[in-house]
Design a protein around this ligand. Structure first.
Ligand code: FES
Ligand SMILES: [Fe+2]
Length: 321
């Protein structure tokens, strides 16, 4: 694994993990998540050390996971507790599974693939109501999904009647700056939006702020210039495979009028408009290297350019070419 192992990565929302094992894939590595006896989320490589059966096929009982094939039982730290075929046998390190650290942040479960130094991103000053939308599994790379989240020039074409209007397709001048640690930021971007959010009654000019949070996550905050709710969205990507990504959106809002179902419906509609284009882009990996297929840029794409430049500084290559 490359430098990607320096980051904690989201693999599920807290509510996706119930009583029984959950199989996820992070950076090409299959993992099984479950809850220990105290209810805390834990993870092992999803491969029984005995005969390679996915542990996610097994059952959880009293905080330990039992393999579906021969019933070997494993603790949260990977220790083998029992080999049912040999009742007198005390298992040791040779029978152990491999554990991965798990933690909670922002209502999601995060996994350290091995020696993570970068904590889950901090979110400060966002509206208090939080709704998670997803997961969406998309057949593309994580950086393609994040670049789409940062792209404003597609509003008029992909989100006609919602986030954009073909009669107002221009990308106004906007400055791209950066945080102290080099993550791209756009403090103010103005877009004409026919239906900017779940409670919008008509079109409005909407002020956006963008911030890249990590290689595969970003934040936007938007508010109509005439008032109305302030909405922030974070796109969280779990880089499952180089060309397959699990995506969630966390919405933070002070919209008290819309139900959770209405907020879900709005963001699901928007992402359902994005997904066909996103999955059809070729290459699926984001071109970053000198040998990659060339893509053309104009001044309207300056945030995409800044995101690509930032990605190069991080050294990540998973989902790039
Ligand atoms: S393969 Fe898991 S117990 Fe045998
Ligand atoms: Fe979009």
């Amino acid at each position: 694994m490359g430098v990607e192992s320096n980051w904690w990565w989201p693999v599920a929302t807290e509510s996706e993990l119930g009583e029984q094992p959950l199989a996820v894939t992070l950076l090409g590595e299959p993992l099984v998540l479950w809850r220990d006896a105290g209810g805390d989320p834990v993870a092992l490589l999803d491969r029984c050390p005995h005969r390679g059966t996915p542990l996610s096929m097994g059952r959880v009982h009293e905080g330990a996971i039992a393999c579906a094939y021969h019933g070997w039982r494993f603790a949260a730290d990977g220790r083998c507790l029992q080999v049912p075929a040999l009742p007198g046998f005390t298992p040791g390190p040779a029978q152990a599974a491999t554990a991965r650290p798990v933690r909670r942040a922002h209502g999601l479960l995060w996994v350290d693939p091995g020696g993570a130094r970068h904590e889950p991103p901090e979110l400060v000053g966002l509206a208090p109501r939080r709704v998670h939308v997803g997961p969406f599994d998309v057949e593309t790379s994580a950086p393609r999904a994040v670049e789409n989240f940062l792209d404003t020039a597609h509003f008029a074409w992909v989100h006609e009647g919602w986030l954009g209007d073909p009669r107002e397709p221009q990308v106004p001048h906007h400055e791209v700056t950066a945080t102290a640690d080099g993550r791209p930021v756009v403090e103010r971007y103005l877009a004409w939006q026919p239906r900017a959010n779940a409670s919008a009654q008509g079109g409005d000019w909407v002020a956006y702020r963008y911030e890249v949070l990590s290689p595969y996550s970003a934040l936007l905050t938007k508010r109509a210039t005439s008032g109305g709710p302030e909405d922030s969205y974070v796109i969280w990507c779990c880089p499952s495979e180089p060309e397959r990504t699990r995506v969630w959106f966390s919405q933070f809002t002070n919209d008290a009028a819309s139900s959770d179902a209405e907020l879900h419906q709005f963001q699901t509609t928007i992402f359902t408009q994005d997904a066909p284009v996103l999955q059809a882009q070729r290459p699926r990996r984001l071109p970053l290297s000198d040998g990659a297929p060339r893509e053309a840029f104009t001044a309207a794409d300056r945030l995409s350019l800044a995101y690509r430049a930032y990605l190069r500084t991080t050294g990540v290559t998973f989902g790039t070419c």
